[in-house]
Design a protein around this ligand. Sequence first.
Ligand code: C2E
Ligand code: MG
Ligand code: MG
Ligand code: MG
Length: 291
Amino acid sequence: SASASGGNRFQLYEPAMSSQAERHSAIERRLRLALTTDGLSLAYQPKVNLRSGLIEGVEALLRWEDDELGRVTPDEIIPVAEATGLIVPLGQWVLRTACQCFGTDAPFERPLSVAVNVSALQLDDRQFTRKLTRILEETGFPAERLELELTESALVHNPEHARVTLTELRALGLTFAIDDFGTGYSNLAQLRRLPIQTLKIDRTFMMGVTTSAQEAAIVKAVMALAHALELHVVAEGIETPAQLDFIRELGGHHYQGYLCSKPLDRSGLLAFMKALPGTTEHRRVTSTRRV
Ligand code: C2E
Ligand code: MG
Ligand code: MG
Ligand code: MG
């Protein structure tokens, strides 16, 4: 295998990995196996309240370290899973695992909301609501603490079905965020008809806010739109205090990013949160307190 050959120099010419198609089928084959052998995991990235500094929730992100393929990132896994239909069992696994991890007997000092990324093809599944209801029943996870992150393309791809599904799930107590907002095709008239509570501003915009007048203008426009539509705003990919100040001054509600923490496994998250200053239930991420 490529890893056994012992160097990148060889990997470049490894015949078995020479084409995109072979990489795709290797991922498919190993992913099928990983799904049945407990080979996948989730990392959790804190979502911080911009005013209080409290970590109020986490986003669950897929992680996979395969014996043959090594580390495979979600940007590679998700397209293969979507093309092969594996996204349906994979998505179920992610939802179930995230709900199990943060249920009522979880060792966290305060209840956390959990955000899970959901692909368009999962929403297309006519059984989605039923399956999700069963996961909530079996794990005892409160629906009010579960947020689904959907992309603009997922929502406009089959808008009437998306509207029906989201309305059903909203009635159960779930909330919804539009992920990577601003990077996709947004039919604002369609989006307005959906029961969405939150916009997540894409990291690519946040990256430039303190150096590019154009990026800053885009983020300001998204904030104004969110305010007019009474939506919450989460800023993704905050890496510097200057980016944090920018979004806080504009009235953003939450942020995520390496400035607070990278995505962590559950025990890493627990240790990170316990080490924050403050008393039980009121520990704060201190970098957000500078105003
Ligand atoms: P996303 O949902 O927009 O997640 C944010 C991505 O940005 C994550 O990458 C996260 O690790 C990364 N990130 C967070 N903060 C920072 C930062 O400060 N700097 C930088 N450079 N990066 C940051 P990741 O985990 O590689 O996931 C990539 C994408 O894959 C996600 O984007 C999401 O669209 C998709 N994805 C991940 N897990 C799942 C899943 O379980 N199901 C589905 N359908 N998609 C998933
Ligand atoms: Mg997301
Ligand atoms: Mg995102
Ligand atoms: Mg993204």
